[in-house]
Write a protein that binds this ligand. Structure first.
Ligand SMILES: Nc1ncnc2c1ncn2[C@@H]1O[C@H](COP(=O)(O)OP(=O)(O)OP(=O)(O)O)[C@@H](O)[C@H]1O
Length: 394
């Protein structure tokens, strides 16, 4: 279980993360979505004890990362893209990490199989493709068989087969009671992987709900043409739908295609067209993260508006195709916000994938009160392979 409560990080006047509150729960894969510079990495770094919050709390299984008793066995994390020394083989990298966290070497072989790198285990990591490096990162995160997985942009560089592999892996993890939090800057990339979605923009959460709600709201718009549009309009409104038109077809929100077809049938109006707009996830996402996010559109239809214009005025003849307005329905929880640019790169020496080794380092977990995570002196030599960057580097 991951809980972020009013989590805030200010760098001078910049509030990189501003009052972020959400949970990622066991049994579900939660997507953490935001454009570059929106505050994802800063949030994850605070969650992983690598950066001290200005205020608020970030908890894993009810405690701060630094207070976990056996972090490597409880949390597996990949922050940013990276691998071990490029001259090291995938197997050698995993073996080193396994030794660091006290995991049996046999698990290395299991994981190489699981992530599809068994055939490339002896290949130099430096020769791995981006997708292979992602697989190696995920394997490293899984070394300690942790219940909580935190992955920053894990789908980056994966081909469709890789995405399918990652989906299965994360679903399996969630099915067995694991908690998964993964970030991305592309909703479409995450859409196949996640159950819940949290959208962050300019350091604030704009939307947090099951992905199905986002889909539900997006797919609620029907485009309908029939012989008697006025009668259809009335019938749909009487059924509680919101009806509009582009001058050619009716645009109906709040009915399923089945309902709309039945209503038209009962009204005795032959239909010529009934289409459900495919959800344009990227457009929804962009609307949600836009500084001037549009007013939320209710997922369910509001009561019929007695002031609706007469349908007869809305169907000029001759009818011709007019582009459907690009306005996208937005779920009801949009919130306000602030701003932010891209994250920094890690230093050359910090190429290793993940936090498994950080999790294994007692130094990192020690001294609550000090910002151990931002002081390289407190990081053991092994942490040179971490992907994470120190605050001072930014
Ligand atoms: N150490 C730092 N000092 C000053 N500003 C910082 C620091 N770290 C991050 N920021 C700023 O905080 C904001 C959020 O950055 P962050 O890296 O968290 O975004 P992100 O969503 O992870 O972006 P990306 O997808 O590009 O990694 C940005 O404006 C960034 O410049």
């Amino acid at each position: 279980m991951i809980e972020l409560i009013e989590l805030t990080k200010a760098y001078g006047r910049v509030r990189a993360v501003d009052g972020v509150t959400f949970s990622a729960v066991p049994g579900r894969v939660t997507g953490f979505l935001g454009l570059n510079g929106s505050g994802k990495t800063t949030t994850l770094r605070m969650l992983l004890g690598l950066s001290r919050p200005t205020s608020g709390r970030a908890l894993i299984n009810k405690v701060r990362f630094q207070d976990l008793t056996d972090p490597a066995r409880q949390v597996g994390a990949v922050l940013e893209q990276g691998i071990s020394h490029p001259g090291q083989s995938g197997r050698a990298h995993l073996t080193t990490q396994a030794l660091l966290i006290g995991v049996d070497r046999a698990r290395v072989e299991v994981l190489l199989e699981q992530v599809g790198l068994a055939g490339a285990a002896e290949q130099r990591c430096g020769d791995y493709s981006l997708g292979m490096r992602q697989r190696l990162s995920v394997a490293t995160a899984l070394l300690g068989d942790p219940q909580v997985l935190i992955l920053d942009e894990p789908a980056n560089g994966l081909d469709p087969e890789g995405i399918a592999w990652l989906r299965e892996l994360l679903r399996d993890h969630a099915r067995s009671g694991g908690t998964v939090l993964i970030s991305s800057h592309l909703l479409a990339e995450l859409a196949q992987l996640i159950d819940d979605v949290v959208i962050i923009a300019e350091g604030t959460v704009r939307y947090a709900a099951p992905l199905s709600e986002l889909y539900g709201s997006a797919s609620a718009r029907l485009r309908i043409r029939g012989r008697d549009p006025q009668r259809l309009w009335r019938a749909f409104e009487e059924a509680g739908a919101t009806v509009d038109t582009d001058g050619y077809a009716l645009e109906v929100i709040g009915l399923t295609p089945e309902d709309a077809g039945d209503i038209a049938f009962e009204a005795g109006v032959p239909l010529y067209e009934l289409a459900s707009d495919a959800p344009n996830l990227e457009q929804i996402f962009l609307n949600l993260v836009a500084g001037d996010a549009p007013a939320p559109t209710p997922v369910t239809a509001p009561a019929p508006d007695p002031g609706s214009p007469p349908a007869a005025e809305l169907f000029p003849a001759p009818a011709h195709l007019i582009p459907i307005p690009s306005e996208t329905p937005i779920p009801s929880e949009a919130q306000p916000s602030s701003e932010a640019p891209p994250s920094s790169e890690g230093p050359p020496s910090s190429e290793g994938p993940l936090l498994s080794e950080a999790a294994a380092s007692p130094e990192r977990a020690a001294s609550p009160g000090t910002d151990a995570f931002s002081e390289s002196a407190a990081v053991p030599e092994s942490a040179a392979t971490m992907t994470t960057t120190q605050e001072g580097d930014r």
